[in-house]
Design a protein around this ligand. Structure first.
Ligand code: SF4
Length: 124
């Protein structure tokens, strides 16, 4: 196995060359140890922080910004987005308030990233 990735953990953007399997895993091109861990996670358990918008119960294109409070396994991202997009949020909401708790028993929550008291705030 040989793969290339760009480390996204800092602006240096090191080009990583990844080879080997679980027992002889090898990373080259990383300028710090975080890059090696990033490469390992990308191959064995890739995750992403999910950001999206959730529709309010007032509809009329009024949406609340939300995000996962920790990275989500890539294989579960579509399922989480479908859940968010199928939801109707009742205002008001506070920044940091949980919208979806313990998604799929992963201990990952989806939280609001903005305090919104009414649809008027979204329209202005
Ligand atoms: S390997 Fe280290 S220095 Fe390079 S991009 Fe990743 S975090 Fe930054």
């Amino acid at each position: 196995m040989e793969e290339q990735r760009i480390c996204i953990l800092c602006p240096a953007g090191c080009h990583l060359k990844i080879s080997g399997g679980k027992d002889d895993f090898k990373v080259e091109g990383n300028r710090c140890p975080r890059g090696a861990q990033y490469a390992y996670d990308e191959i064995h358990d890739p995750r992403r922080t999910v950001t999206a918008v959730a529709m309010t119960d007032a509809h009329c294109s009024c949406c609340c910004p939300v995000k996962s409070d920790s990275p989500v396994p890539k294989a579960m991202i579509n399922e989480l987005l479908e859940l968010i997009y199928a939801s109707e949020v009742k205002l008001p909401v506070r920044c940091g308030q949980i919208m979806i708790e313990n998604f799929n028993n992963t201990n990952i929550n989806v939280i609001f990233t903005r305090t919104i008291n009414s649809t008027k705030e979204l329209m202005s």
